[in-house]
Design a protein around this ligand. Structure first.
Ligand code: SF4
Length: 273
């Protein structure tokens, strides 16, 4: 429970419009959830940055997993000064300019400077930042071949395939099935292009979470007695350019971003799994 402000004081920081964009029915319910530590103040998209900064103590404490990820990210950032970012730019398909390596992540700039500092045009979570840093540090820079494979067919993918489905494919399918217009808008925001790659899906999208790591989202609409399906395919070079752990993290982070956008863009009552 957060004891620095009581629920009414938290409520007074809010817009009080009951717009529901945070997933709660009222601002008062949201204030109560923040007080109990169940929600972060930043989950209200209408709150301004100054208020957020003044009340950073209202952010829930990091979980063990979040702390581990934070540490993993810092450790990777500390390794950046040891590599040549000019060479890394050539290898990763990025650009090195003004002491910064900039990569396009789903059409948006993500930069790392020579000290390991990060800067991004979009709010990315550690599930994405970590594989981006791994890609910069250890990626082999192979050109994609156009041969596609599901996660389970990547080397060492099979043991984690069920979890990948749970953490990545199912949440994306849920947004796609329930809010198709929003799903298309999000794919557009991520610079995805519709392609025909022979998956026999109703619709397939190509996107680039990293310059040399394309992925396909293939979606089959529900039909008569058949449930819909959504599957993700990676270029076979994903094993060299990132590795299966990085691909797992990237897919999970992408699904989290889509769920968060669904929440922030007015899907009433949308609650991530
Ligand atoms: S997002 Fe939630 S807390 Fe923020 S103004 Fe709307 S209802 Fe209130």
């Amino acid at each position: 429970m957060n004891n620095t402000l009581n629920p009414m004081q938290i409520y007074n920081l809010l817009e009080k419009s009951n717009c529901r964009e945070c997933g709660e029915h009222t601002c008062m319910a949201f204030a109560a959830a923040v007080f109990k530590g169940q929600k972060s103040l930043s989950a209200c998209p209408r709150i301004d940055e100054n208020t957020l900064q003044q009340h950073s103590s209202l952010e829930p404490a990091m979980t063990g997993t979040e702390k581990n990820m934070q540490q993993a990210m810092q450790s990777l950032q500390q390794q950046i000064p040891e590599i040549d970012l000019t060479e890394a730019a050539w290898r990763t398909g990025g650009i090195f300019e003004n002491k910064k390596l900039t990569l396009q992540i789903m059409g948006k700039n993500f930069s790392v400077d020579t000290n390991g500092g990060l800067d991004s045009e979009i709010h990315v979570n550690p599930w994405i930042s970590i594989p981006v840093l791994q890609y910069i540090l250890h990626g082999k820079g192979k050109e994609p071949t156009g041969n596609w494979a599901p996660f389970k067919e990547l080397p060492n993918g099979r043991p984690r395939a069920a979890l990948f489905e749970q953490r990545c494919e199912k949440p994306l399918k849920r947004v796609a099935d329930n809010y198709p217009d929003l799903f298309y808008d999000i794919l557009d925001l991520f610079d995805a292009t519709e392609v025909d790659k022979g998956f026999r899906a109703d619709v397939s999208f190509l996107l680039y979470p990293l310059p040399r790591l394309p992925m396909i989202i293939a979606w089959w609409y529900p039909a008569e007695d058949l449930e819909s399906a959504l599957h993700i395919f990676f270029d076979e070079t994903a094993k060299d350019n990132l590795g299966v752990d990085g691909v797992f993290s990237l897919g999970t982070g992408l699904a989290m971003m889509v769920e968060k956008l669904a929440l922030r863009h007015g899907v009433k009552g949308f609650v991530p799994l």
